[in-house]
Design a binder for this molecule. Structure first.
Ligand code: ATP
Length: 351
């Protein structure tokens, strides 16, 4: 099902939760709505579900305007962060519930519950109650219950945030597999950029109720259209150099150095984002600027090195924290790189 939002706005009193959102979501795609807390993701999802009504603008499912269509007539399945399973019912009855509401014949219900239980791999758990399931198993049951009616649209509200890191990764792959197998259009809300990047075909980045960028995960990572998106996507986060253009060089704020510009820039004031894995550490005096290592965090096969840069190393008595003007940069280097906290280093930028 193709979804279209046309200038959709939702206000709660003085708060504008969603602000003139215009989007078109292709059929069969898994789309992530990604953004910081309070940016209007869940409100958008609830408007798609029909639980909330837009204050202005229109929502279309294929070419039908659904603003006035109640949730039960929208053919939408929803999975919540809390799973919201019925505690007194068995897994079978939880999955069967939407079909019972439709008053389908018992044989048909059994057949479809078993089919769905097989798809989400909970066939062996059908007689248990939710309290006898792990978080991941509850999540699978919630997914089966949302899908058993064969909805045209699957809505997922932070579905993995209650799971531990390892299980979350496994369930991401599962959701992806199930969504592909069914070919159902899906919209997932998350504030976790890794989750959005790994699971979605298409990512919509939201801030303050608006869409600030959209594209494939690869496009948004490689060519983010604005600073908000560049900062939000990618881990560890981007370094920023802010400064003034002077000919073909950049005078970075707080630094007594000029850097060659990586590309022709015409604005007087520019900000350049550099991802930590593009920052190289070299011997003092051999890079674009010198600094001192103030922190090293081991991340596994790489380590994240924080460098306070900007003044000549000789004049940096205590390194970080002495309140002097300067710049903090982070470099991602191999875990076995010979770097020591407190030592002087040169920083080479990809310019
Ligand atoms: P989170 O990730 O924290 O859930 P979100 O991006 O999903 O955030 P929303 O829940 O959509 O954000 O909320 C957007 C804004 O609307 C917030 O400022 C929120 O406080 C406000 N809001 C949401 N629901 C209501 C409501 N029922 N009444 C008043 N304000 C609300």
């Amino acid at each position: 099902m193709r979804i279209r939002l046309d200038g959709v706005t939702k206000r709660f009193g003085a708060v504008t939760a969603v602000d003139g959102l215009t989007l078109e979501l292709e059929p069969g795609r898994l789309v992530a709505l990604l953004g910081p807390s309070g940016c209007g993701k869940s409100t958008t999802l609830y408007m798609l579900a029909g639980v909330l009504r837009p204050t202005a603008g229109d929502i279309y499912f294929d070419d039908v305007r659904v603003n006035d269509v109640p949730p039960q007539r929208r053919n939408v399945g929803m999975v919540f962060q809390s799973y919201a399973l019925y505690p007194h019912m068995t897994v079978f009855e939880n999955i069967a519930f939407p079909l019972r509401m439709q008053r389908l014949p018992e044989g048909e219900i059994r057949r479809r519950v078993h089919e769905m239980a097989e798809l989400v791999r909970v066939e062996a758990l059908l007689d248990r109650r939710p309290e006898q399931l792990s978080g991941g198993q509850q999540q699978r049951v919630a997914l089966a219950r949302a899908l058993v009616k064969r909805p045209a649209l699957l809505l997922l509200d932070e579905p993995l945030s209650n799971l531990d890191a390892q299980l979350r990764q496994a369930m991401r792959a599962e959701i992806r597999r199930i969504q592909r197998e069914l070919g159902v259009t899906a919209v997932l809300v998350t504030h976790d950029q890794t989750e959005a990047m790994t699971i979605a075909d298409w990512v919509v980045v939201m801030n303050a109720g608006r869409c600030v960028a959209q594209g494939t995960p690869y496009e948004l990572y490689q060519t983010p259209p604005n600073r908000f998106t560049a900062s939000f996507i990618g881990h560890p986060p981007m370094n920023w150099l802010q400064g003034r253009v002077s000919g073909t060089r950049l005078q970075v704020d707080g630094l007594p150095v000029y850097l060659p510009l990586p590309a022709a820039a015409r604005d007087d004031e520019v900000a350049i984002g550099i991802r930590p894995h593009h920052v190289q550490l070299v011997a003092p005096g051999r890079g674009h600027l010198d600094g001192r290592v103030t922190m090293i965090e081991l991340l596994g096969h790489e380590k994240l090195v924080t460098v306070e840069a900007g003044r000549s190393v000789a004049s940096m008595p205590g390194g970080a924290g002495d309140g002097a003007a300067g710049l903090r940069l982070q470099a991602l280097v191999p875990a076995d790189a010979a770097v020591v906290e407190g030592e002087a280093v040169g920083v080479r930028l990809p310019v």
